[in-house]
Design a protein around this ligand. Structure first.
Ligand SMILES: [Zn+2]
Length: 562
């Protein structure tokens, strides 16, 4: 079961301030009575979208203290709660929402991606090598430098590159993946680390490119790529990547993320950062689960540590639609012999889900094809029978749903964890894969909302862009960033702006069992809010111009646009 972490901390303190507001108290006795209870931070003059169904009207101001929202009201009501030490920010009409939380992303993966050297834009081998060498020299000695994006077909002469152009760096192995992933270009340090010499035979299905003298030239093709084993990242490297990714996440307004599949070593670094109060945003993490290793989930999750908790486990039912790995009940329209892949066989998946639920892990399963989603629902229904309770099982992506399965999602209490930008990235080819009938149940978040199935939105960054506004825009327009197609792709599935914001706030909070703590701007909730640099207007391309003015986590301004 997912505990919803209800606490009463700060409630009594907030109750005092709320009652003062309710009684219409004014400075004078109220101020002195407040004494040390003055708010820490006050926002006034805002367009406050509370996402609080219990509250009518349009408040303009928020008071925060001790990490908690203590009052929401008019500017006059809230200003009265300030004192000498209170920071007051006048928002001048800007939109404030509960803190935006990406419900499916890879924060550590973003950090690794930010460090990956991208040579795609380089016009020659020498230019690509220069970028990689500069990046390598900026790293600690001995550390591996990874990159991607080269394509010799775009270079003069169209010849494979060689180690020689990378050998200005001798104490840091460099590994650069070809644009299609089917070859790597490495320096001598990487060849030496992998013990690849003229005497090394080509592996089956692979090729070590060699010169006339038989010496490896520095390009390894297909199965020869596996000869180079890149070591696991050190704790220092993991920490550096998390810090860089977190800085980017708060700059686009995220106050939290659901980190979707990390190993124990990465979780340990998160815990250390959280203990040291070095995590600027909240991280609700899922263990990268191995469904063949049930011992992983036989012990209950560890307790929360500050802003970090890993209480979930993530499995994969199938692959992706683009590579025809998503498992379908009926073959692909554009590949009539192909049903896609089981990444985990249904029986094994059900065993893993049962074991995880029994130990109070929240389960999230990647399921894209209709057959995969069906197998996940089978597993969730069985677990619900065996272990009654509120388990909040999640289906990640939920891209192609059989018509009859929407009702099963609802009945089993599953959360639809959907990424609006996947729809607009996939729309050029999705219908060719699925055909005219199945596409009706694809990327169908309107159907999900209308049935009352809990919806949480995310981005899957770094697969997609990091900014949650990209997802909000895709959700309300069903258009790409260029504004096509006109009118939107299957526009009947659009969300309203309110619903799209709710999916990144209320929905994300519910999806981690934290709806009593976050997801709304309401007294007693954690003081996590996102402030845009303008008042959000029409649900159209103008949304993409909006930037973040302030990101506030636990009452602390963690990002501020200067
Ligand atoms: Zn993902």
């Amino acid at each position: 079961m997912v505990s919803n972490q209800v606490t009463t901390r700060s409630i009594s303190r907030s109750a005092l301030l709320i009652s003062l507001v309710a009684a219409g108290c004014r400075p004078g006795p109220a101020t002195s009575q407040l004494g040390t209870n003055q708010a820490d931070l006050i926002l006034v003059g805002g367009d406050v979208r509370t996402m609080d169904a219990t509250r009518a009207g349009a408040p303009t101001a928020i008071a925060m203290k001790g990490g908690t929202i203590v009052a929401v009201g008019t500017d006059a009501e809230i200003r009265a709660l300030g004192g000498k030490a209170t920071r007051v920010i006048d928002l001048g009409g800007k939109t404030v929402t509960p803190g935006l939380v990406d419900a499916h992303c890879h924060l550590y993966g973003l950090g690794a991606d930010l460090e990956s050297v991208n040579v795609r834009a380089q016009a020659t081998e020498a230019d690509a090598a220069a970028i990689a060498i500069a990046a390598a020299k900026a790293r600690p000695a001995g550390e591996w430098v990874l990159g991607r994006g080269w394509d010799q077909n775009r270079w003069p002469g169209q010849r494979f590159p060689t180690r020689a152009s990378l050998d200005a760096v001798t104490d840091r192995p460099i590994v650069l993946r070809r644009i299609d992933g089917h070859a790597i270009w490495v320096n001598g340090a990487a060849l030496a680390a992998a013990k690849i010499t003229a005497a090394t035979p080509d592996p089956a299905g692979g090729k070590i490119v060699r010169g006339d003298d038989g010496e490896p030239t520095g390009v390894l093709v297909d199965n020869a790529i596996g000869l180079v084993a890149v070591p696991e990242a050190s704790a220092e490297t993991i920490e550096r990547r998390i810090r860089a990714a977190a800085a980017q996440a708060i700059s686009v307004g995220l106050t939290g993320v659901h980190e979707m599949g990390i190993d124990a070593a990465t979780a340990d670094v998160y815990r250390k950062l959280a203990r040291a109060r070095q995590l600027p945003l909240r991280v609700y993490a899922f263990l990268a689960g191995d469904p063949m290793d049930l011992a992983q989930v036989r012990a209950a999750p560890l307790p929360a540590e500050g802003r970090f908790v890993m209480r979930g486990v993530k499995y994969f039912a199938d692959g992706a639609l683009g590579s025809r790995g998503a498992r379908l009940a009926v073959p692909y329209d554009d590949d009539p012999q192909n049903l896609g892949l089981w990444v985990t066989e249904p029986k094994q998946l059900a065993a893993a889900v049962d074991a995880a639920v029994a130990s109070n892990w929240q389960v999230a399963i990647h399921a894209i094809g209709d057959a995969a989603i069906g197998s996940v629902l089978d597993a969730y229904e069985a677990a619900a029978r065996n272990h009654p309770g509120d388990h909040r099982p999640r289906v990640e992506h939920l891209q192609v749903v059989a018509p009859a399965d929407f009702a099963r999602l609802k009945a089993v209490g599953a959360i639809a964890s959907m990424q609006p930008t996947h729809a607009t990235s996939d729309m050029p080819w999705a219908e060719a894969r699925l055909g005219a009938a199945r596409i009706q149940g694809a990327y169908a978040w309107r159907t999900v909302l209308d049935l009352g199935i809990p919806l949480a939105s995310g981005s899957d960054f770094p697969v997609e862009g990091v900014s949650p506004m990209l997802g909000i825009y895709a959700a309300v327009t069903r258009q790409d960033e260029a504004g096509t197609p006109a009118g939107g792709w299957y526009p009947a599935q659009r969300m309203t702006l309110e619903e799209a914001i709710a999916a990144f706030t209320r929905g994300s909070a519910y999806a981690e069992g934290a709806e009593a703590l976050r997801g709304a701007i309401r007294p007693g909730r954690d003081a996590d809010v996102t402030v845009f640099d303008r008042k959000l207007g029409a649900p159209d391309r103008s949304l993409l111009d909006a930037k973040i003015a302030y990101t506030i986590v636990g009452g602390t301004v963690v990002f501020e646009r200067l």
